[in-house]
Design a protein around this ligand. Structure first.
Ligand code: CAA
Length: 411
């Protein structure tokens, strides 16, 4: 190894030309710094972009206003292979990498975040966990229809009194030999009322704390499993968000994923990957709002010229573009680390906290660029601003991401 690389304090003593050459070659060799999309990724981007324009855009305002679930659109996404993108083709998946998945989420999120969150939960919280830790029977029975989009999945961790503090599970899964009996309530569950298959996190042994938590696959229609209230939300309004009620639900033991007590680690690991998807969603929201702002500012005139020619607006666009590019690099890096089989816990938390805050800032500025038009539904940026907020909350708030990042730094 080049001594300049291993001992940074000696860099100044080295021949600077050699150092620069070496650094450039390291940069080029380091795959996750080289984000030239390959042909397959470009094809995914193009397919998702045209799907968003042709299938998601028509009716998006009406669906948002009246909380109409995009059931048919999700079915079409499934038929095109977008609901199980990273799953092995032998289980009906697309066999693609995480970067392709992020690119697809980004494109759909420019237009319809109720679609992209359903897609994200199905791909990275449900399919991923079953494929990584499920057994063959579980993959045959549950993963195949989820990956093809024939069935929809939901991930049930949050509870009325356990959101960020995820170890404080009140839902219980009592071991009865060949089955568990589940009791409790889950809150704010994405796809909650529309899903067919649910991954439910529940406490089996309170004495063991988080090591006494399990993850069970539950199905719609199980006796004692009913839906609670449907949430009326600020953003992602056509996404179905429900509470789930369990009263003495018998769940066969073969529906447990992994060993007894593995549920909390399963949830944490699954969420680390899920956060990359939400970061990609936030990136798409920001990119969508930015593109609308560029377009509008070139058309709208004030004080005798297009508003883009006023520095007050041009600088806003410059800041948006810069921050979005930084967010994109973090998202793509987290995806690349995951694909390379490296630890991506911190990278996904960084990508999520940064991209979601960029989404919030960018959409607020986009509304400002649009002025009065920005405040009405027709111009789409007010919806993106409302949608952006949830990316700072779900799959771990920004505060939780900062806990994950700082623990990684300080451990
Ligand atoms: N991968 C694997 N294991 C992990 C892990 C990870 N990323 N993070 C933690 N763990 C393990 C730890 O190693 C530890 O195990 P051991 O004790 O056996 O070594 C165990 O989990 C407990 O970890 P901590 O002591 O760090 O636990 P904590 O109570 O301090 O909490 C936390 C850590 C990061 C704050 C966690 O509770 C957390 O992420 N909270 C946020 C939960 C969340 O994201 N909720 C979102 C709901 S889902 C959703 O929004 C879905 C939707 O519908 C859109």
């Amino acid at each position: 190894m080049n001594p300049c690389y291993s001992i940074s304090t000696n860099i100044t003593k080295c021949n600077s030309k050699i150092w620069v050459k070496f650094a450039i070659s390291q940069y080029a060799e380091n795959e996750h710094m080289n984000f030239q999309l390959n042909e397959e990724q470009l094809a995914v981007q193009q397919a998702a972009r045209s799907f968003a324009q042709n299938q998601c855009l028509p009716g998006v305002i009406e669906r948002d206003t009246h909380m109409i679930h995009p059931t048919e659109i999700l079915k079409e996404l499934g038929q095109l292979g977008f609901m199980g993108m990273m799953v092995d083709p032998k289980y009906n998946g697309g066999g693609m990498d995480t970067l392709s998945y992020c690119i697809a989420i980004e494109e759909i999120s420019k237009i319809d975040n109720s679609c992209s969150v359903a897609m994200s939960v199905n791909n990275s919280l449900v399919c991923w966990g079953i494929e990584k830790y499920g057994n063959e029977e579980q993959k045959e029975k549950y993963l195949k229809p989820l990956a093809s989009g024939e069935k929809l999945g939901a991930f049930a961790l949050s509870e009325p009194e356990a959101g960020s503090d995820a170890t404080s599970q009140r839902t219980t899964a009592i071991d009865k030999g060949d089955h568990y009996v589940v009791n409790g309530t889950k809150n704010w569950i994405t796809n909650g009322g529309k899903a067919d298959i649910y991954l439910v996190i529940a406490q089996t042994d309170t004495e063991k704390g988080h090591r006494g938590i399990n993850v069970l696959i539950m199905e719609k229609g199980m006796e004692g499993f009913t839906l609670g209230a449907k949430e009326d939300k600020l953003g992602i309004r056509s996404s179905d968000t429900h509470s789930l009620l369990f009263q003495d639900v018998k769940v066969p033991k073969e529906n447990r994923i992994g060993d007894d007590g593995f549920g909390f680690k399963f949830a944490m690991e699954t969420l680390s990957g899920g956060r990359i998807g939400i970061a990609a969603q936030a990136l798409g929201i920001a990119q969508g709002a930015y593109e609308l702002s560029v377009k509008y500012s070139k058309e709208r005139k004030a004080f005798g010229k297009e508003i883009s020619k006023h520095q007050a607006i041009a600088f806003k666009l410059a800041d948006m573009a810069t921050e979005i590019e930084a967010a994109r690099l973090l998202v793509y890096k987290a995806a690349a680390l995951k694909d390379e089989g490296k630890d991506y816990t911190q990278a996904s938390a960084m990508a999520k906290v940064f991209a979601s805050e960029v989404a919030m800032k960018t959409t607020v500025q986009a509304v400002q660029v649009h002025g009065g038009y920005g405040y009405v539904k027709e111009y789409h940026v007010e919806r993106l601003m409302r949608d952006a907020k949830i990316t700072e909350i779900y799959e771990g708030t920004s505060e939780i991401q900062r806990i994950v990042i700082s623990r990684g730094i300080l451990k």
